[in-house]
Design a protein around this ligand. Structure first.
Ligand code: SAM
Length: 253
């Protein structure tokens, strides 16, 4: 009969051979206690294999994508982008008014930042990114062109580092799905909004297989609404006039 390593009877003598088993049991006990302490955190983020190109980190049923490296800057600046994404229409959708303060979170090389800055000569555009190389590209162009109403902020994975209660409109283009800490980022963005402020969440349409973008870099409206609701935001409108993207406008509930 095979002897069970796990069930020790009172009559069993503790021999040297069971010491490794006891050590293993102690390890398993300590490990499971640690997991219990992580319990609250793992209720927000979970970890499991998903898409081969994914991070393996999940939030509200969605696998978070990797952050696009600054090496991909050429793709953000590609000449065919206007035709593919109709970026002029996106900017018009924002109904930017003179004097407004706007924040582009995940500004990248500043593709939208410079377009918006010309619309608010007496206002301000914050360009927020976590990669210094992206901010350096914006800084270079801003200095070359002598633009005074763009302010650069190096954020962190968990905070936009924007000043509280200062922003009229937040723009996030193709970035939310790659936030490593979406819940914390949205909390900091919400704090930065002025009363009545809006968030323009632009994501490639996950419902539309004809949009030629990898699945992890797309989002459905349903998923976005669910995640924004968790952040205390409500969908006001999804403006359906962009070729590839959702243009979802959210406000604080
Ligand atoms: C795909 S690019 C899009 C850039 C720009 N929005 C555009 O459409 O041209 C995403 C950018 O978001 C930045 N990013 C990722 N996570 C971020 C975070 N938590 N806070 C600020 N920027 C972030 C990346 O560094 C990258 O520059």
């Amino acid at each position: 009969m095979q002897v069970s390593y796990f069930l020790l009877k009172k009559s069993d003598k503790i021999s040297k051979s069971v010491i490794p088993v006891l050590a293993l049991l102690c390890f398993l006990f300590v490990f499971s206690s640690c997991e219990g302490q992580e319990g609250n955190k793992s209720a927000i983020y979970t970890y499991q294999n998903g898409d081969p190109n994914g991070t393996g980190k999940w939030y509200m049923g969605r696998e978070i994508a990797y952050v696009m490296g600054f090496q991909g800057m050429y793709w953000l600046n590609r000449p065919e982008r206007e035709a593919e994404e109709n970026t002029s229409t996106l900017i018009r959708n924002m109904q930017i008014k003179k004097g407004e303060v706007i924040a582009d979170i995940g500004a990248g090389s500043g593709y939208h930042v410079f377009k918006m800055a010309t619309l608010v000569p007496d206002g301000l555009v914050y360009a927020v990114d976590i990669q210094e190389e992206m901010l350096a590209a914006i800084r270079k162009r801003k200095e070359q062109e002598g633009i005074g109403n763009i302010r650069l902020i190096q954020g962190t994975e968990q905070s936009s580092e924007l000043p509280e209660n200062t922003i009229d409109k937040v723009l996030m283009v193709d970035v939310y799905h790659e936030f490593t800490y979406p819940m914390e980022m949205m909390a900091s963005i919400k704090k930065a909004l002025r009363p009545g402020g809006s968030v323009y969440l632009i994501e490639y349409r996950g419902e539309d297989p004809s949009v030629p973008i990898k699945i992890l870099h797309k989002m459905t409206e349903q998923q976005a609404v669910k995640e924004m609701a968790a952040a205390g935001m409500v969908l006001v409108e999804n403006i359906k006039n962009l070729p590839w993207q959702h243009c979802m406008v959210f406000k604080v509930k």
